[in-house]
Design a protein around this ligand. Structure first.
Ligand SMILES: [Fe+2]
Length: 356
């Protein structure tokens, strides 16, 4: 399917991850979660879809909730630098042999000329430039809550062959920021960026294609604590899957939630600047128990096993391909549910492994 790299046209100049289109089975339940609890702002809504944005956003939306029969992801959408980059995206994916659809009036309300593709790994990617501008609520502190979500930060994808997916997205122009691997060279996950943060998306090794999570940023750590307190007060602590905590990878403070359909949402803050062209790649040993949580707390197994299906351009769930290489869960979590470094490792102990 893939063309020779040397024959590929220039890739589109991607600016950033811009929005995700989620299919949800109960629009009212999802609205209650994303609007009433998390405080995302409704730009527009009708009986079939809700268009939401974060408080510092000026484009039409960062999240589309669309009512449908099966909970899934319809699009990982990226903003490109110019209208011509939409042309470049179309030509690039046609040269890759991928299925491509272009709509001059866009696929979602508030977005114009756009290209959607089924990428070589089965993910529905969208590229657009034209979008309605809306009020940026940065200074509307009267609307900010203690847990205010201020930006869309990143996507996270599950795919079986991380090095192959990484090679593809590097050629699309994304730089690698961090990786998790082992001494044998097996790669378990990788984080890649266009904007100068740690990532716009990440490739997590597992049965795929699936969507692991979508992440929104808060300004500070205390905003994440406030969300936990609010969920407790609402007797909704069961939507907290993992955290709060600090990541090793990305250095960000984090919290993982599950929405009414089980779609995973991360609340994320305070990663680091990566805008220099020679930004160093950080490589973590899969056996370092501070990689996923800097304080060494174990990762709940559901975080490794659960993820959302993704749709093809006809709206059908993409078939899954199993990961053949070792899974991070299997090499780091014991049968007792607690995490270990290396079995029998006495030099570094229960939590702390080697740095590669
Ligand atoms: Fe994340």
């Amino acid at each position: 399917m893939a063309a020779e790299t040397s024959t590929l046209p220039t890739p589109p100049d991607v600016v950033r991850c811009a929005y995700m289109e989620l299919v949800v089975t109960d629009l009212a339940a999802s609205r209650a979660f994303y609007v009433d609890v998390l405080g995302l702002v409704v730009t527009e809504e009708n009986e079939n879809a809700i268009y939401l944005r974060s408080l510092e956003e000026f484009i039409h939306h960062n999240l589309v909730l669309r009512k449908g029969p099966v909970a899934a992801v319809a699009a990982f959408a990226y903003r490109v630098r110019t209208p011509g980059d939409v042309d470049r995206a179309e030509a690039y994916y046609r040269a890759l042999g991928c299925r491509v659809e272009r709509r001059a009036n866009g696929f979602t309300t508030g977005v114009g000329d756009a290209v959607r593709v089924e990428d070589p790994f089965g993910f529905p990617f969208e590229f657009f430039f034209d979008t309605e501008h809306v009020e940026r609520l940065t200074w509307r502190y009267d609307l900010h809550t203690p847990g205010a979500l201020v930006r869309l930060d990143h996507f996270n994808q599950v795919t079986p062959d991380v090095p192959a997916a990484l090679d593809y997205i590097n050629k699309l122009g994304f730089g690698t920021t961090e990786k998790i691997q082992d001494e044998a060279g097996t790669v378990y996950a990788a984080w890649v960026r266009r904007k100068p943060t740690v990532h716009d998306t990440a490739m997590t090794g597992g049965d795929g294609p699936r969507m692991h999570h979508v992440a929104f940023a808060t300004h500070e750590k205390h905003n994440i604590i406030a969300i936990c307190d609010k969920l407790g007060a609402l007797r909704m602590s069961d939507v907290i899957e993992r955290g709060p905590g600090r990541h090793g990878v990305s250095n960000a403070f984090y919290l993982y939630l599950r929405d009414p359909d089980g779609h995973r949402v991360e609340i994320y803050t305070q990663d680091y600047y990566t805008g220099d062209p020679d930004n160093p790649v950080v490589v973590w040993d899969v056996h370092d128990n501070q990689r996923r949580d800097w304080w060494g707390n174990p990762v709940v197994p559901s975080w490794y096993t659960d993820a959302s299906r993704v749709l093809d351009l006809d709206g059908n769930p993409q078939p899954l391909t199993a990961r053949e290489e070792a899974k991070e869960l299997d090499v780091t979590i014991g049968a007792d549910g607690f995490s270990y470094t290396r079995q029998g490792d006495t030099e570094h102990g229960f939590k702390v492994g080697n740095q590669l």
